[in-house]
Design a protein around this ligand. Structure first.
Ligand code: ES4
Ligand code: ZN
Length: 325
């Protein structure tokens, strides 16, 4: 079979996906109208035309604006359900979703509506489509770390959270500022991940490992600048959730053919491919895998390695992992 057919039919796992980043222009405009939220685009084409980014910061402005149309529990249900329907088509059998509660709280949305809507859609997809999932609460690193512990405790009481993450603007916001909430999460038995080494330096990856105690690094592509760090990541088998379309859209790399994913693999790192914010970056998991593999002259064998890495790195039971292999 051709590589695209092989990737399409391969049962897959997604480990780095912001649910707000799956908001397609159609739904954006529908929800803006339904909820009376003003958005500076009137048409689907105008929305798509605004999806041109110079860097992470310029993307985040558009992303948080898009996220502001999500107001009701039903909106979160519909958004999550639409992503999971894509998973079904793309043969994604396990998906780990990030969400950004601080954005929604700042917009006056109740935490119950956010988590309730997402969780109901995850539960229905597990029942109807055998898609397992995990929900990871992200703290926005460009906000004050002080209220984070109280937010985590509220979210845990609502249930359904398996871990915490750290996202948003990286430069100037080192992971160490969030030491306290990551320590509390660890003591509660939650999984811990953080975005690091996307735009930020290797020092931020070191901090995520040593100060926050994370199990996986989201992005991490700048680790190659520090050979000692590469050794550490290889020795400790720390998975990297790499997002090639995201990296090109946000100008971390010029184009897919100059992405360092093949070098990361050659270095022995535990690389996975993921879609990050597919509605904004031009494709879901299959498109990320097919285009990246072909641009870097990688093979079906590499696709299998990447997929096995993702299963190993997933936050699900060993029994579920067996069924995903
Ligand atoms: C994000 Cl690509 C990326 N990086 C950091 N934070 C994010 N939140 C949503 N997408
Ligand atoms: Zn991300």
């Amino acid at each position: 079979a051709t590589l695209p057919d092989f990737v399409q039919s391969l049962p897959k796992v997604e480990l780095h996906l912001h649910i707000e980043g799956t908001l397609e222009p159609e739904m954006l405009l529908t929800l803006a109208r339904r909820n009376g939220v003003h958005i500076p685009y009137r048409t689907i084409d105008a929305a798509r035309a605004a999806y041109q980014f110079a860097d992470l910061q310029s993307f985040l402005q558009v992303y948080y604006l898009g996220g502001s149309v999500l107001r009701k529990e039903r909106d979160f249900y519909e958004l999550t359900q639409a992503y999971l329907a894509r998973c079904k088509v793309q043969r994604i059998r396990h998906a780990e979703l990030f969400f950004d509660p601080q954005t929604h709280l700042a917009n006056g949305v109740a935490l119950e509506a956010v988590i309730g809507g997402i969780h109901a859609a995850l539960r229905d997809a597990e029942r109807d489509w055998d898609i397992s999932s995990a929900l990871i609460l992200c703290f926005e690193r460009d906000r004050d770390p002080e209220p984070a512990v109280a937010l985590l405790e509220r979210a845990c009481r609502l249930g359904g959270i398996v871990g915490i993450g750290l996202d948003s603007a990286e430069l100037g916001h080192p992971p160490g500022r969030f030491q306290e909430v990551f320590a509390v999460a660890g003591s509660l038995g939650l999984h811990r991940v953080a975005h690091a080494g996307e735009e930020g330096p290797p020092a931020y990856i070191w901090q995520a490992l040593d100060v926050l105690g994370v199990e996986r690094i989201d992005h991490g592509v700048r680790c190659l600048e520090d050979p000692v760090l590469v050794h550490r990541l290889v020795d400790d088998r720390v998975p990297l959730t790499v997002c090639p379309f995201s990296n090109v859209a946000l100008k971390v790399f010029d184009q897919l053919s100059t992405h360092n994913l093949a070098r990361l693999l050659k270095a022995g790192l535990w690389v996975t491919i993921n879609s990050d914010d597919p509605a904004y970056f031009g494709g879901y998991l299959n498109e990320n895998m097919i285009d990246t593999l072909s641009c870097l002259n990688l093979t079906a064998r590499d696709a299998l390695i990447l997929e096995r890495n993702a299963v190993t790195a997933a936050f699900c039971s060993d029994q579920r992992k067996q069924s995903l292999l």
